[in-house]
Design a protein around this ligand. Structure first.
Ligand SMILES: [Zn+2]
Length: 341
């Protein structure tokens, strides 16, 4: 395996909402009970990869402070820390899906070889596999063998956005670290500070990204905000019969369908709320209140619920990596959207 082809330069930011999990890890370390495999479980966009990076940096550090009940920290000075922070550490391997959405068996075999080799810096070898649910069945079976016979001083960190889709036999061989979404009183000030925006706007943004602070960051900087605006204007144009569902779907042939239909679902939940409560009730997509109010007045609640269920069904199929035809899927949903009024 060519070492330069591995992606192993990682950040190791430890977000404030990971305090409990960091303490959990510290306890394992100070009691000398760090297992060979951890599964880091939580929603997408809360910083699990950065947390895994922090663990990796700490166990690779040659000079970590683990004394006297204090929280252990990587020193930031030793050769390992310097490698980690600059070019990437040769004893750290970050495994992600290759082209397509799957982690394949050959990739897992490379990983096993890596874990059984001697560490170049004489310490741990760390693998971060991200996300665990992306392994196809043969890859997962290959990983089981590695979990049964881990190499000396090796640590495997599996990251799971969708724990339910990870094989039970894999889960049972890993110690689990659960990472819930941060509460609003932690996430709102953090996002407000990170984006230099008032707290009420940060709260609104967090609502749109379902409480995942890092999705809030990328929403602002990565073009998702523009994409959401475009989608909502497109859906509005469908209701106004200015654009056909098929034409709108064709615009999104290459977009992330999961993200698009999550937004669509969120709009439908808001419409359903507006049906049942007053026009001023609290909704996630407060910036689209006018369109959503009009839709709630002109639609039938049963049709809204039926479409919301359908969106969830498509979402689950995408999450289960069944690879449905995304354009057909969007056409289907946009047609039903048109028929709401
Ligand atoms: Zn160090």
């Amino acid at each position: 395996m060519d070492i330069t082809s591995r992606c192993h330069v990682l950040t190791s930011t430890l977000y404030p909402w990971f305090d409990t999990q960091w303490q959990q890890l510290n306890k394992l370390l100070s009691a000398n009970k760090l297992p060979h495999a951890l599964i880091i479980n939580g929603a997408k966009g809360i910083g699990k990869l950065h947390f895994a990076g922090s663990i990796a940096r700490l166990v690779l550090c040659q000079n970590a402070n683990q004394a006297g009940g204090e929280q252990a920290q990587a020193c930031g000075q030793c050769h390992s820390c310097q490698l980690f922070d600059t070019s990437g550490h040769p004893d750290l391997y970050h495994l992600t899906p290759e082209e397509g959405a799957q982690i394949k068996v050959d990739q897992v075999r490379d990983l096993s070889n890596f874990m059984h080799n001697t560490a170049q810096q004489g310490g741990y070898r760390v693998v971060i596999l991200n996300p665990a649910e992306a392994m196809n069945i043969s890859a997962a079976n290959a990983l089981l063998k590695t979990l049964e016979e881990p190499g000396e001083k090796s640590l495997l960190l599996l990251i799971a956005d969708q724990l339910g889709q990870v094989m039970p036999t894999i889960k049972s061989r890993c110690q689990r670290i659960d990472c819930p979404k941060p509460s609003a009183d932690v996430a709102v000030p953090w996002l407000s500070n990170a984006l230099d925006m008032p707290q009420d706007q940060a709260q609104q943004l967090l609502n749109v990204v379902h409480g995942a602070p890092l999705l809030g960051l990328s929403f602002k900087s990565g073009g998702d905000q523009a994409l959401r605006g475009e989608l909502i204007m497109g859906l509005k144009s469908i209701l106004q019969q200015k654009v056909s569902p098929l034409d709108l779907a064709s615009k999104y042939a290459k977009a992330d369908a999961l993200v698009l239909i999550s937004w669509m679902y969120s709009l439908l939940v808001d419409v359903s709320k507006l049906h049942l409560a007053s026009e001023e009730c609290e909704i996630v997509n407060a910036d689209m209140r006018k369109m959503l109010n009009t839709l709630s007045q002109r639609s039938n609640i049963h049709d809204i619920h039926k479409l919301a269920d359908k969106v969830q069904g498509h979402r689950n199929a995408l999450l289960a990596r069944q690879n449905p035809n995304k354009q057909l899927l969007l056409e289907d949903l946009f047609l039903d959207w048109k028929n709401l009024i």
